[in-house]
Design a protein. Sequence first.
Length: 327
Amino acid sequence: MDMTIRPRRLRGCDSLRHMVRETRMSPDSLIYPIFVDEQLTGRRPIDALEGQYHYGLDSVCGAVRECVEAGVGRCILFGLPAKKDASGSSAWDRKGVVQQAIRAIKKEFPDFYVVTDVCMCEYTDHGHCGALRGHEVDNDKTLELLSRTALSHVEAGADMVAPSDMMDGRVAAIRTVLDKNGHQNTPIMSYSAKYASAFYGPFREAAGSAPSFGDRKGYQMDPHNRKEAVKECALDVEEGADILMVKPALSYLDIIRECSDAFDLPMCAYSVSGEYAMTKAAAAAGLIDEYRVMCESAVSIFRAGADILITYYAKELSQAMRKGDIG
C-alpha cells in the first residue's frame, strides 16, 4: 500500500487553499497614512511616493472618502504645519493642522477611526523629534511637549494617539496626562521598536521632517539589536501602551515575530515609505509584478505576527482581501 504523505492534497484548488490558510487578514487590520499640509489647497502629488498625496484641509475628507470606498476604515494623520520653531509649538496648537484635520474628518465621517502620529520632528525648525539641549535631544523636556500634543489631538476628536519619537518614558507621560484630563479610555499605540532605518527617506520628504543636522541614532534603535526591541516593548507594556509597533516591517520580520510571541498586546507593523517606493520603482522598471509583490509582502508581515498594518497600499490591499487573493 502506498502510504506516501501528500501535503499537496490541500493545495488542489482555490477553494481548498483558501479554506486551509493559516494566516487570516481583513481590511479591518489596515491603517492608511494621510499627510495634511496646512498651506495647501486641494491635493499635491508626493514625488517620492508615487500614488500618494499631500492634502489640504479642504481636501482631507476626500482622502478619507477614498479610504471608505476601498473598505479601509482607519487612518493615521501626519501634519505639515505652516510655521515651525525650536520647540515645535504648532504641534499642540488647538488650531494646528492635525487638530483642524481631525475636526473636519469627524464632522463628515464620525465613525471613521482617526489615529494621530505624536512626534515633534514635523514641527521643529531643526527637524529632530524633541526639544534640544545644545545639539542633543532633551528627553525629559520633550515628554511634556509630547503629552501636550497628544492631549490636543484627543481633545480635537482623535480616537487613538501613536507616539513615534522614541523618547524614554513617553508612554507613561502621555497616559498620565490623558487620564488626568478624563481620557482614560483613549488608547495609545506606541512605536515601541522603531529602528534608525535607511528606509525612511521618502517619508522625510513627504513630511518635511529631515533633521537639519546630525541623525536620530541617539534615540532610534540600532538595526543590529534584537533583544533591545523586546526590552523596549516590555517597557511600553509596563507604562500602559495598548498596542505595540515594530517599524520598519519587511527587514524586521524577526522582530515582529519575537515581540508578538513575547507580549499579549496587539502588534502593529509599519510598512514604511522606502519599502513602498522600492516596490513602485521595481514595478516601473518591469522587474516585478507589483500587485503580487504587494500582496506577498503584506502576507509575510501578518504571518510574522502582526495584527495591524500601517501601509501606503492599504486601499489596494483591502481590495485584494475582498477578492480573496489574500486574507
